[in-house]
Design a protein around this ligand. Sequence first.
Ligand SMILES: Cc1ncc(C[n+]2csc(CCOP(=O)(O)OP(=O)(O)O)c2C)c(N)n1
Ligand SMILES: [Mg+2]
Length: 344
Amino acid sequence: MVAERILPTFQPQPAQISHEEGLILYEDMILGRLFEDKCAEMYYRGKMFGFVHLYNGQEAVSSGVIKAMRQNEDYVASTYRDHVHALSAGVPAKEVMAELFGKETGCSKGRGGSMHLFSAEHNLLGGYAFVAEGIPVATGVAFQSKYRREVLKNPNADQVTACFFGDGATNNGQFFECLNMAALWKLPILFVVENNKWAIGMAHDRATSQPEIYKKASVFGMEGVEVDGMDVLAMYSTAQEAVARARAGEGPTLIEALTYRFRGHSLADPDELRPPEEKETWMARDPIKKLEAYLLEQDLATKQELSDIEAKVQKEIDEAVEYAESSPEPDPEALRRYIFAEDE
Ligand SMILES: Cc1ncc(C[n+]2csc(CCOP(=O)(O)OP(=O)(O)O)c2C)c(N)n1
Ligand SMILES: [Mg+2]
């Protein structure tokens, strides 16, 4: 078996996060995990339609990056694996769940579903079903921040954009075109590759000539870093640095997060292609357990605080299901509403 690409353990000593930050990161990751577990249950009970792609295992990437940003001010662009990015960005769990149930109260008014979460209020630029489709959108949004700040002289236009996508997207032309423009114009953007080693059933190493994606930044004169995507503290500190650089006008960063999905590609995937030893290796590196152990070791949290958070999050998710169940479906007459901005 090929050796796993695993980075040495990142151990900030002494702790670089506060008690409050530790709990925020923990709560966000638990929310992501328990929300997705509930989605699986609801999907198999026939409450959701179409493809549903879960994020289990990758939580440290979403929480570490998005919690290093300004909520409702900075922008987030996602992929079809978008539930947890939306939650980290602050979209209420009940609005995400209602969207997955196809209800009018969902964040996309029930017209989007799992792969098309959107929230103008939370600057969530959307989930995108096509691989790499969000990258040019996010690049354009980063351009508008820069344009408003430098050309229109608006000093408040210092927003940063985080653009998430998978390893599979990095062989797509849009990735290279956007990296070029972002580096050329020093756009305030983080390109965050969630390298989970697989694009459905295609192993990353089989599909690309240079599997170390962060190295692709160098040809554009861009910062490129590889990070342990199973370690939320490593993700958080890397993102803080990249956000500061972007906000200071110093340009984009390509962050390659080495991570793994704990479930199949989608809930319709029997997940028979990934080797069992590989799954075991990565599941033993669960990012939530890792943060939990760290918080306890460093006296940044007590067992009681962590179990209270888990109970609170579980309640929030149960309420989200009730909300989704009891919400109305969109009126079929209004099927085409919200296609154009003037419908808002
Ligand atoms: C342009 C395009 N080509 C093909 C597909 C079919 N497809 C859906 S997901 C996927 C794999 C993408 O893998 P990756 O980018 O690594 O993201 P992950 O699912 O691992 O999060 C493919 C090929 C698609 N949605 N869009
Ligand atoms: Mg992948």
